[in-house]
Write a protein that binds this ligand. Structure first.
Ligand SMILES: NC(=O)c1ccc[n+]([C@@H]2O[C@H](COP(=O)([O-])OP(=O)(O)OC[C@H]3O[C@@H](n4cnc5c(N)ncnc54)[C@H](OP(=O)(O)O)[C@@H]3O)[C@@H](O)[C@H]2O)c1
Length: 299
């Protein structure tokens, strides 16, 4: 049973991206820039933001962290986002979620320019994904698909490479548990586009185990710690566990409890989907930068 090391795959892809960027920068006058808006001081958000900032710095993307107090007015936050939309030296903009409860997240995210929306959370970019004409791919769903590709590749070669071949999922049954806009829905769409047959379950689904028993691949994205058991899954099933929750003893765990050894592959928590999600963000910033500098020949 393979433990899919998301950190290693992220590191291989990071090295490749760093080289590509260094090559591109030989003829450009500025580096890519990612602006991150953080409102309030949610400790988990601070950890995630600092991981993103450090990853940017490692490869040569300029991170610009805009921290704002929880007391900021919604319209002031929007005005700030709009001013960064207009700045030609900013390639990507993200708003760290969750925002404090009094903010209208949907409204705020939709003020990010779709061309800089490297998290792929604006309605326009989600609509483009739905229509099969994506401008960016959302980061966590992209990480999930990369890990599926890695599972098939490593199972047959026992090697890690930065770009495992894209697996056609014709004939495969995939169960996605979770239907959020951030993970469950977009990953389901992307799996359909890979020819998989997709079953989406959520908190109102009855008998989820009866669907899980059919799955060749499962994507868990509920945030319910150790809620599901590996015992009911098929032989050679691939499990991608997006969930991250803190147990009472402080340990971080996923949605799945590994209690058997019949799986083909699974992602650990931590060290599976998380590091690759950050890497996919860097790749989107790089793509935005390339589009931006190609458009503006003076750069
Ligand atoms: N590793 C990463 O990079 C990364 C990135 C994003 C998220 N995450 C983690 O992934 C998890 C999910 O994130 P999210 O943003 O998608 O969360 P979310 O918005 O809270 O959505 C959770 C989804 O799971 C469903 N659900 C909850 N309990 C369930 C149960 N017992 N059985 C079946 N479905 C259930 C919910 O159903 P309803 O719709 O019916 O409520 C909902 O659709 C969290 O632990 C989060 O921290 C990790």
């Amino acid at each position: 049973m393979l433990k899919l090391d998301g950190k290693s795959l992220a590191s291989l892809r990071e090295t490749k991206l760093k080289d590509e960027l260094a090559n591109l920068l030989k003829t450009k006058k500025r580096s890519p820039c990612l602006t991150i808006f953080q409102v309030g001081d949610n400790p988990a958000s601070t950890v995630y933001v600092s991981k993103k900032v450090q990853a940017c710095q490692r490869i040569g993307i300029l991170p610009q962290l805009i921290k704002m107090p929880r007391s900021i007015e919604e319209n002031d936050l929007i005005d700030k986002i709009v001013s960064f939309n207009r700045n030609p030296d900013v390639d990507g903009i993200i708003v760290q979620l969750p925002l404090p409860k009094n903010f209208d997240t949907f409204k705020i995210l939709n003020h990010v320019s779709p061309e800089k929306d490297v998290d792929c959370l604006t309605s326009l970019n989600l609509g483009r994904l739905f229509a099969g004409r994506p401008f960016f791919f959302p980061c966590t769903p992209s990480a999930c698909l990369l890990l599926v590709d890695l599972a098939y590749w490593v199972a047959s070669t026992n090697k890690y490479i930065p770009d495992p071949p894209r697996k056609d999922l014709s004939g495969k049954t995939v169960v996605v548990v979770g239907r959020s806009t951030l993970v469950g829905k977009p990953v389901s769409l992307m799996l359909i586009d890979r020819n998989a047959t997709v079953i989406v379950c959520h908190s109102r689904s009855a008998c989820i185990n009866s669907y899980l028993e059919l799955a060749d691949i499962v994507i868990f994205a509920t945030g319910c710690p150790h809620f599901f058991s590996s015992k009911i899954l098929k032989e050679n099933c691939i499990v991608i566990d997006v969930g991250i929750s803190k147990k009472e003893d402080g340990r971080l765990v996923g949605d799945l409890k590994i209690e058997s050894s019949q799986l083909l592959a699974y992602t650990p928590v931590p060290g599976g989907v998380g590091p690759l999600t950050v890497q996919c963000l860097l790749e989107n910033v790089f793509a935005a930068f390339k589009r931006n500098v190609e458009k503006t020949s003076s750069y």
